[in-house]
Design a binder for this molecule. Structure first.
Ligand code: TXA
Ligand code: MG
Length: 323
């Protein structure tokens, strides 16, 4: 990868023409377009095959640009941005009238996020306006964590890809809604509810499965609405308990923590940040074999401790992939 000023200026001329540019972030690659250009935004929905009712995240170069996208940059938002930006946290606030209605799916709120990647920060800064950036995958499919993943899905003509190397984080940003009476995490990610709680100094709701013992994550989702969006491989994909791994059909690909001596085994890291960074490329690698089944060993979710919420965020993605 050698992406520099030339590629950035090419990207900017494409964006100014209302065209699409995929950009790297610390989470996954985004499918970028001028957030203030309604037709460019419509082209993003069309390229992804995304339902028009699903709003887009507006990517900014910092709090100052975020202010221009929202009605009121609240003290809570400022505190979260100071603590976590640039980084994997999208903050939902009431929208500014500057933001075209198709960005927010007609709604009154907008998600803003400042991504932590030097290339993309330079791109947004130089473009001088916010970019929409859904994950750069066809709707319902696995998010891309490399430039090659993006190129597999979109024609060069349609989407110019800025290659910023593999994404470090690997799963999409935490989405927190600050427009209600209590801050609420709508999508878990690598910024955890506990971290948000400690910055805001108040209760934060999340859709984390409550109570119970459950360490291996077979409990049902509390909010079935979250399953509406699948991030799924094409091949049938199932979450399995460690004891069932060897009972999977021949030809199945296993994503496991164990060193199992059989073909089609992808060994996954035992540490949650490393697991998240590897997850989507492992699912793509498995899917490329067109197996009868992808069997993902359910990760051990500790009952407490900082890793618990990271594993829950990963489990959220695994449940979507296997729903
Ligand atoms: O890490 C990420 O957030 C990546 C990178 C590229 O920044 N982007 C991403 O975008 O994951 P997307 O479009 O794939 O997911 C955005 C999520 C969707 O679940 C969408 O429904 C939710 O954020 N969202 C966006 N705006 C919202 C709003 N105003 N209210 C509620 N949910 C919103
Ligand atoms: Mg997505």
């Amino acid at each position: 990868m050698s992406t520099g000023p030339e590629e950035i200026s090419h990207a900017i001329s494409r964006l100014k023409a209302g065209r699409l540019v995929a950009f790297p972030t610390e989470t996954v690659y985004g499918l970028g377009a001028d957030a203030l250009n309604q037709d460019a935004v419509a082209a993003v929905f069309a390229a992804k095959g995304r339902p028009p009712l699903n709003p887009l995240i507006v990517h900014v170069s910092g709090p100052e640009m975020a202010r221009s996208a929202v009605r009121e940059w609240t003290t809570q938002a400022a505190a979260l941005a100071a603590a976590f930006w640039p980084g994997p946290l999208s903050i939902i606030l009431h929208k500014s009238p500057r933001i075209p209605p198709n960005v927010t799916a007609g709604g009154d709120t907008v998600a803003v996020r400042c991504p932590d990647h030097p290339l993309t920060l330079a791109l947004i800064e130089a473009f001088g306006a916010p970019l929409v950036g859904p994950s750069a995958n066809p709707s319902g499919r696995i998010s891309p964590t490399t430039a090659a993943h993006v190129r597999e899905s979109f024609d060069d003509d349609l989407v110019y890809v800025l290659d910023g190397g593999p994404c470090r984080g690997g799963i999409e940003s935490t989405v927190v809604d600050l427009t209600g009476p209590t801050p609420r995490v709508l999508r878990p990610g690598l910024v955890t509810p506990d971290q948000i709680r400690s910055v805001l100094g108040r209760e934060v709701e999340s859709s984390e499965p409550s109570g119970g013992s459950p360490t291996r994550g077979t409990e049902p989702l509390r909010s079935p609405g979250m399953l509406q969006q699948h991030y799924a491989p094409v091949s049938p994909t199932r979450l399995v308990e460690p004891g069932q791994l060897l009972a999977q059909p021949p030809g199945a690909v296993l994503l496991t923590f164990q060193a199992i001596d059989r073909p089609r085994v992808i060994t996954m890291p035992a540490e949650p940040l490393a697991y998240a960074a590897r997850l989507y490329s492992a699912l793509r690698q498995a899917d490329a074999l067109h197996p009868p089944l992808i069997a993902v060993e359910a990760p051990p979710v500790p009952a407490a401790g900082p890793d618990r919420e990271l594993w829950l965020a990963i489990l959220d993605r695994l449940r979507r992939a296997t729903a």
